[in-house]
Design a protein around this ligand. Structure first.
Ligand code: ARG
Length: 262
């Protein structure tokens, strides 16, 4: 009898552990409203979408969109910071509710991630130093490029057979180019524009150059764990409204970022 009770207790403890550790809870509008907050995982090294301001707070286009979504849901926004390559694994293991990191929707990612409706289109840009012989994508053949680890830029450059140096932090991928460790830096276009503008202001004598030829077209969306359809459907409703009434385009404008609708 005692053995049976102990065995039963063990089963219950294991089940409870698994629920927390595996993030076994399915997200619903109700579960989020009950918790009173929506927790996002983000890599705030990606202006104008998410970056740290002077007070060390995360700000940007995606944070503003998420604030509006939280307002509609009647919950507060909680932000967890991490490297980009931890965002999608964290979504899948249930460490937080949403991946918010300028995440491009790809067929491979859709296999184990539930994406919201896309809210904009982006592209991969090629950045080089002044005087570089690289003038187009074709010139990258046989060259070494820097990218951020776990990004579509990394996947794309490896797929094209370039020699790839990957860095956990975006700023390090940029430095690899400026110190001459790589021939080019491949990064999403709007972030390239912002980071290059900041760099060039400080280095007017040796500015970085963004090539005209973009390499891809990628929709950005917010990432959820599979099974969270109830919540994602509600968020899609909110997003569609913000897209239709021009709110999202307006947020891009506030950040001086050209907006391309999905
Ligand atoms: N859009 C690219 C991707 O999904 C890069 C995103 C990088 N985001 C960031 N917050 N550093 O792979």
């Amino acid at each position: 009898m005692l053995k049976k009770i102990i065995a039963l207790c063990l089963v219950i403890v294991m089940a409870a552990l698994c629920l927390t550790a595996c993030g076994g809870k399915t997200l619903t509008v109700e579960s989020v409203q009950k918790a009173g907050k929506l927790t996002i995982g983000t890599s705030p090294d990606f202006p104008p979408f998410e970056s740290l301001n002077n007070e060390g707070k995360v700000e940007g286009i995606e944070i503003e969109i998420l604030e509006l979504i939280c307002k509609e849901l009647g919950v507060t926004l909680e932000i967890k910071q991490m490297d980009f390559d931890s965002v999608l694994p964290g979504v899948q293991s249930g460490k937080f509710d949403v991946g918010v990191s300028g995440i491009s929707v790809t067929p491979a990612r859709e296999k184990n991630t539930l994406f919201t409706t896309p809210y904009c289109l982006a592209a991969q840009a090629i950045v080089v130093t002044t005087g570089s012989p690289i003038a187009s994508k074709a010139d990258l053949t046989g060259k070494t490029v820097s990218v951020q680890t776990g990004t579509t830029a990394e996947e794309f450059c490896m797929g094209n057979g370039y020699t790839v140096k990957a860095f956990a932090a975006n700023a390090d991928a940029q430095s690899a180019l400026t110190v001459g460790k790589v021939d080019a830096w491949v990064i999403d276009d709007l972030t390239a524009a912002e980071m290059v503008a900041v760099y060039n202001e400080e280095h007017p004598d040796a500015p970085l150059v963004i090539l005209d030829e973009a390499m891809t077209t990628e929709p950005y969306a917010f990432a959820f764990k599979k099974g969270g359809d109830d919540l994602v459907n509600k968020i899609n409703e909110i997003l569609n409204k913000l897209l239709a009434d021009g709110t999202i385009a307006g947020i891009f404008e506030k950040y001086n970022a050209p907006y391309t609708a999905p």
